[in-house]
Design a protein around this ligand. Structure first.
Ligand code: HEM
Length: 392
């Protein structure tokens, strides 16, 4: 195996957790496809290389069973299957999403965001994550699925355990709490499938669209996918809103630009996800001996595609380290790419737009009110605390 320089990239190093972009730029420039001992994976950092891997399902599997590994049943969902087996469940959910009233969802999300900001403005300072991003995300995801909101505090703890278990490769102690949390959430989703769901909501649509004679395995894929949409959608949305609002408080002039012109909102919603998106990357496994950008990749080797690095690749994005709220040519990888790209993209975009619109019309701009704390994680870029104020 050809082993290239690893540099000193450590995703959990506090300085990197705080700002990963200099380390990712160094990797992209000096060793764009490189083996990382700590992560036992190849790291891919250039935009074109990431999309080339994501296009090539034959050589790079998402479904680890294709390379002889076992995947627990609870993890089998749209996320872990590959085409052609993934197609049925993915299109069932995509069709259910297309049937939803997204402008209505966006309007309700905006109303909720306006209310949350108003409540927050009554206090000298507030935590953007706990008091804005999390409740707004939970409302939007439950609205989309057509289910009643579970109590936020309990659900947030369960979701957090699942999210943290994604770093189980780096810290095995996170695996078991994640498994238990997944079990709890599976029970909740099973109960929704059994007897709840607003007529016309996504879950009711999926239930009605279940192929006649669907076997137990197919039913399990579908229920697991509903769980992923619910928990993954909530946690990613929460992280995305926190990152976006933090960026807006940090980049001089950004909020002024938004406040001056509402037409900027849809472009800004994309640019904020490119600039500091929540999903740092994704993984695949080589199904055969192959190459990436001329580097030999042996069959069975894991490959991590670092979206966060690709989204700042100067070969794809001019002035990549600048936040340009009106950036137009912006096909970033913040929502992934190809057959595993985010199913919830359109609803997530609607929620980010709703939050930005609520913020831009709030009488007072958002300002930082203390030290923000990042979650130490190699997979999900998010905050555990983000103090801010809306006081004049
Ligand atoms: C701004 C918020 C969001 C961002 C940035 C985001 C980002 C992503 C990304 C990058 C992926 C691909 C991961 C990979 O290739 O491994 C993904 C997958 C997925 N997302 Fe999202 N997401 C967001 C919100 C949502 C929401 C609200 C939902 C559901 C309501 C959702 C449901 C899903 C599902 C089900 C997948 C798996 C798709 C598949 O593997 O076929 N996401 N998301």
């Amino acid at each position: 195996m050809l082993v290239l320089p690893v540099l000193t990239y450590d995703p959990l190093d506090p300085a990197t957790v705080n700002n990963p972009y200099p380390a990712l730029a160094a990797l992209r420039e000096q060793a764009p496809v490189s083996w990382h001992d700590g992560m036992s994976s190849w790291l891919v950092t250039r935009y074109d290389d990431c999309t080339a891997v994501l296009r090539d399902h034959t050589s790079f599997a998402r479904d680890r069973r294709r390379t002889g590994q076992t995947v627990p049943e609870a993890s089998l969902s749209v996320q872990s299957l590959d085409p052609p087996h993934q197609a049925g469940v993915r299109s069932l959910f995509m069709n259910a999403l297309h049937a939803q009233d997204l402008p209505g969802l966006e309007a309700r999300a905006r109303e909720r965001a306006v209310g949350l900001l108003r409540e927050a403005a009554d206090r000298p300072s507030f935590d953007v994550m706990a008091e804005f991003a999390a409740p707004l995300s939970l409302s939007v995801v439950c609205d989309l699925l057509g289910v009643d909101e579970p109590p936020l505090t309990e659900f947030a703890a369960t979701s957090d355990a699942i999210m943290r278990s994604m770093d189980g490769g780096l810290d095995p102690a996170l695996v078991e709490p994640g498994r238990q949390a997944r079990e709890e959430l599976t029970a909740l989703v099973e109960s929704w499938f059994a007897h709840t769901g607003r007529p016309g909501g996504l879950l009711a649509y999926v239930r009605a669209g279940l192929p006649t004679g669907a076997d137990e395995t197919e039913g399990m894929f579908i229920r697991n996918t509903a769980r992923v949409m619910f928990q993954g959608g909530y946690s990613t949305m929460t992280a995305a809103l926190g990152n976006a609002l933090h960026t807006l408080t940090e980049c001089p002039g950004a909020q002024d630009r938004l406040r001056r012109d509402p037409r900027v909102v849809p472009w800004a919603a994309e640019e904020l996800v490119r600039f500091d998106g929540p999903v740092q990357g994704t993984s695949r496994t080589a199904t055969r001996d192959t190459t990436i950008a001329g580097i030999p990749i042996p069959a069975g080797d894991p490959v991590v595609l670092l979206f966060a690095a690709a989204n700042r690749d100067p070969a794809r994005f001019p002035a990549p380290d600048q936040l340009l709220l009106e950036r137009r040519d912006n096909r970033h990888l913040g929502y992934g790419w190809g057959t595993h790209s985010c199913i919830g993209t359109r609803s997530a975009q609607a929620c980010v737009r709703a939050a930005l619109d609520a913020l831009r019309t709030h009488p007072v701009p958002l300002r930082s009110a203390g030290t923000a704390r990042r979650q130490p994680s190699a997979t999900m870029r998010t905050f555990t605390a983000l103090p801010a104020t809306l006081h004049p």
